[in-house]
Design a protein around this ligand. Structure first.
Ligand SMILES: [Zn+2]
Length: 655
C-alpha cells in the first residue's frame, strides 16, 4: 500500500496538462510517457510470454431500476419518484445490509406493501395529486411511510413537521436517545454523523431540515430535524433530510473526501448507521421481515487476513505468515507485486528465486492476488491502455513518487494476473493496487481482465464496514459485477502495529455488533511485532469471527448478492421462499422474534434455527420453509392492506 502523496498542480498547469495530454493521446493510441528500458533493468523468464488474448473494456450499461423490481409485498417497497437519481446507491446499500426490497414507480403497487420508502424526494412536481393522496392515507391505514427529502406535496402534516428547509450549510447530524429504533447506536460515531465540513461548505451535500417535529429521531446542528417521526394508531412516518442514495454512492465510489475523518484503523460506520436504521424501521413495521445475514455460518464478524508483497524481503517472509495461518486452519490473501523491473521502488524480486517462494505460498494453500507490476503511486493517472499489453514487451518504470513511464491500467492488471497464474497454477481473482492508488476506470478494467474482487479502498475512506458492489467509472449510472472488500486495519500507521493490538481488537468488536467486515493488511517486510500482532488478533477475534481469503468471502458475498427472499402470510403459517441462483454455504437469515421453524425435515437438509437466526449449511436453488409465529399470522393486517388498495383509486407516479 503506502500512503499516496497528493499532487497539487495550479489550475493553469492542470488545464495546460489536460490539453497536452489530450492532443498527445489523439496522436498516439499508446500510453503517454514511453521510454526505452535496457534489458539489464528487467528480468526475462526464458520462454514465457503472454497473455495471448486481448482484454476488451466493456461499454457502460446504464443500470435500470427495473432490474430491482421483482418480488412480493413482504419486501420494503422503494417508490422511485425520479429515475434520474442515485437510487443505485440505495439498492446496493440495502443489498449489503440484507434487507429484501423492490423498486417500483407505481403507487398502487407500493401501497400493497407494509413499508414504503419514497426516494429521492416527495413533492408535487414528482407525484400526482392522486399518488400524494394515496401516500397520505397510507400511515392512517397502518402502513409505515419513509420519505426522503420531503419537500412538498402537502404531506407535511402526514410527516408531522411544519416546514422543510433546504440548506447547503449543515455539516452534522446527531441521533437522539429516546426511540427504541436507535438502541443499538451506542458508539459516539454512531450517534454523530457528518454530512459536510464547516471549512468546505461549498462541497457539502444539500440537506432538508424539518421544523417543529415533536419527536425527531435525529437533529442537524441548526436544530431542525434530520429524521422526523410521527406515530399513528398502527402506522408510522419518518422523513429523512438527506439523499441516502447519493451518500451511499459517495462512499461506494470513494468520492466522499469531505466526509472522511480518518484514513484507516478506526471505527467509522457512517453509511452503516443509515442502513441499520432502515433495517430497524423495516423490522418494526413488517411482521414478515426476514433479512439476510452478513457473515458466514452465523458468526458476527468476517475477518480477511491480507498481505501486500511489495519489497524484496517480503516474499520470503510471506512464507512464515502463510505457515502460521495454515497451522491455524486459516487462508490469507497475498497480493503480490510481479516486480520484474528494477526501478525507484526496489530491485527485481519476481525472478526465479521469487517464483520459488511464490510456488511455496501456493503449496501452503494461500490465495494469490495481484498487487500490480509497477506499484506506482500514480497508477490512478495511468491511461487505460490497449488491452494487448503482454510480457515481456511491457516494461513499466517508476521514476519517483509522481512519475512512471510505459504503464497502463490494463497492462498492470492483465500481465500481473498472467504471470501469477502461470507460475502458481491458481486463478487470480483479487486485486489491490500499490498505494491504494485508485483509477476511476478501475472497476471496468478489473472486469475486462477477469478479476472479481477488489480491496482498493479503506473502510474509513468508503465510510462503511460492509462490502459493496462497484460502479462503472466509480460513478452513478452503471454497476459492475465486481465487489469491494475495503481495508479496515493496516500496519503503516504509527505507533507500530505490535503496540496497537488492543485498539484493533476494539475496532473489530464494534464492527462485529452488526456483522461487519474486518480486512487486515500486514506487509510481511518484517516478522517480529507484525507477526505477533497477527497471532494476537486471530486469538482475540476467534470466538466470534469467521475467517477467509478475499476470494473465499468474495465468492460467498457475490452468491449472497443474488439471493431472493419473500415471505407469504398463510392461515396458520408464514411461508418463506428463498432462492440462491449460485450455491453458497453458511448463509443465515434473521427471522422475527417468536418464529419457529416448522419443517421437521429441515434438520436433515442442514437447516438449523438458533433463536432468531436460521442457518443454511448449504443453499442451492429454491427452498421453502414454514414458520409458526408466537401469535398466528395477522389476518387483520392483510385485510387492512386489501382495503387500502380498494379504497385508493389513485394513479401512478408521474413519469
Ligand atoms: Zn504495496
Amino acid at each position: 500500500m503506502q500512503r499516496s502523496l497528493s499532487l497539487r498542480l495550479s489550475g493553469c498547469a492542470v488545464v495546460c496538462l489536460t490539453i497536452l495530454v489530450g492532443v498527445w493521446a489523439l496522436l498516439r493510441p499508446v500510453p503517454v510517457m514511453q521510454i526505452t528500458i535496457p534489458d539489464t533493468e528487467f528480468y526475462r523468464f526464458p520462454g514465457v510470454s503472454g497473455p495471448g488474448h486481448v482484454s476488451v473494456v466493456p461499454p457502460a450499461v446504464p443500470a435500470k431500476w427495473t432490474g430491482y423490481s421483482q418480488g412480493t409485498t413482504s419486501r420494503l417497497a422503494i417508490l422511485l419518484t425520479d429515475p434520474d437519481s442515485a437510487w443505485l446507491g440505495l439498492a446496493h446499500g440495502l443489498k449489503s445490509i440484507g434487507v429484501p426490497f423492490l423498486i417500483t414507480r407505481n403507487v398502487q403497487e407500493a401501497i400493497r406493501h407494509q413499508t414504503i420508502l419514497v426516494y429521492p424526494t416527495i413533492s408535487g412536481k414528482v407525484l400526482s395529486p392522486e399518488a400524494l393522496r394515496a401516500l397520505a392515507a397510507f400511515p392512517r391505514s397502518g402502513g409505515t411511510l419513509i420519505g426522503v427529502q420531503v419537500r412538498g406535496g402537502g404531506l407535511n402534516e402526514v410527516f408531522g413537521f411544519d416546514e422543510a428547509v433546504d440548506s447547503h450549510q449543515r455539516v452534522e447530524i446527531e441521533f437522539g436517545q429516546t426511540d427504541s429504533l436507535l438502541a443499538s447506536f451506542t458508539e459516539p460515531r454512531e450517534r454523530r454523523l457528518s454530512v459536510g465540513r464547516r471549512d468546505r461548505a461549498a462541497d457539502s451535500m444539500g440537506t432538508v431540515g424539518y421544523t417543529k417535529n415533536a419527536v425527531p429521531l435525529a437533529l442537524f446542528e441548526d436544530g431542525t430535524a434530520a429524521v422526523t417521526s410521527k406515530a399513528y394508531a398502527r402506522g408510522r412516518t419518518y422523513a429523512i433530510g438527506l439523499d441516502l442514495g447519493f451518500l451511499l454512492l459517495k462512499g461506494h465510489n470513494n468520492r466522499g473526501e469531505e466526509l472522511v475523518r480518518d484514513f484507516d484503523n478506526q471505527f467509522d460506520p457512517m453509511l452503516d448507521v443509515w442502513l441499520r436504521l432502515l433495517t430497524q424501521i423495516y423490522r418494526s413495521a413488517e411482521d414478515r421481515a426476514v433479512t439476510l445475514g452478513t457473515v458466514p455460518f452465523g458468526k458476527s464478524l468476517s475477518v480477511l487476513l491480507t498481505h501486500d508483497i511489495d519489497f524484496t524481503q517480503s516474499i520470503k517472509n510471506a512464507v512464515d505468515y502463510a505457515e502460521y495461518e495454515k497451522s491455524q486452519g486459516l487462508v490469507g490473501t497475498y497480493f503480490i507485486q510481479a516486480k520484474y523491473v528494477r526501478d525507484y521502488n526496489d530491485d527485481v524480486y519476481f525472478n526465479e528465486t521469487g517464483v520459488g517462494y511464490l510456488t511455496r505460498l501456493a503449496e501452503l494453500g494461500v490465495e494469490l492476488g495481484s498487487h500490480t507490476i509497477a506499484h506506482s503511486a500514480v497508477f490512478s493517472k495511468f491511461p487505460m491502455g490497449t488491452g494487448e499489453e503482454a510480457y515481456p514487451a511491457y516494461v513499466p518504470f517508476v521514476k519517483d513518487m509522481t512519475t512512471a513511464y510505459n504503464g497502463s491500467i490494463l497492462g498492470e492488471l492483465r500481465i500481473s494476473k498472467y504471470l501469477l497464474e502461470h507460475f502458481s497454477g491458481q486463478t487470480v481473482l483479487s486485486f489491490r493496487p500499490g498505494h491504494l492508488s485508485n483509477p476511476f476506470g478501475l472497476p471496468q478494467a478489473l472486469l475486462a481482465t477477469g478479476y472479481r474482487y477488489s480491496s482498493t479502498a479503506t473502510a474509513n475512506n468508503s465510510l462503511t464496514h460492509l462490502p459493496y458492489q462497484l460502479n462503472y467509472d466509480r460513478s452513478t449510472g452503471s454497476e459492475v459485477e465486481i465487489f469491494e472488500f475495503p481495508i479496515t486495519i493496516e500496519d503503516e500507521e504509527l505507533p507500530k502495529m505490535g503496540d496497537r493490538l488492543p485498539q484493533a481488537l476494539d475496532v473489530a468488536r464494534k464492527i462485529s455488533r452488526y456483522g461487519g467486515l474486518c480486512v487486515v493488511l500486514i506487509h510481511p517486510n518484517i516478522l517480529d511485532h507484525k507477526l505477533a500482532f497477527e497471532k494476537g488478533f486471530v486469538e482475540g477475534v476467534r470466538p466470534y469471527a469467521w475467517f477467509g481469503s478475499i476470494a473465499q468471502f468474495g465468492q460467498w458475498w457475490a452468491a449472497r448478492n443474488q439471493v431472493q427472499l419473500d415471505v407469504a402470510r398463510e392461515a396458520a403459517f408464514f411461508r418463506m421462499t428463498i432462492t440462491a441462483p449460485q450455491p453458497l454455504s453458511g448463509l443465515t437469515i434473521n427471522v422475527p422474534d417468536g418464529w419457529r421453524l416448522q419443517e421437521p425435515a429441515s434438520r436433515l437438509k442442514g437447516i438449523e434455527q438458533r433463536g432468531t437466526s436460521v442457518l443454511f449449511s448449504e443453499l442451492r436453488g429454491t427452498e421453502t420453509l414454514l414458520f409458526q409465529a408466537r401469535s398466528s399470522p395477522n389476518v387483520a393486517q392483510e385485510s387492512l392492506i386489501i382495503d387500502r388498495r380498494l379504497r385508493s383509486g389513485g394513479r401512478d407516479v408521474r413519469s
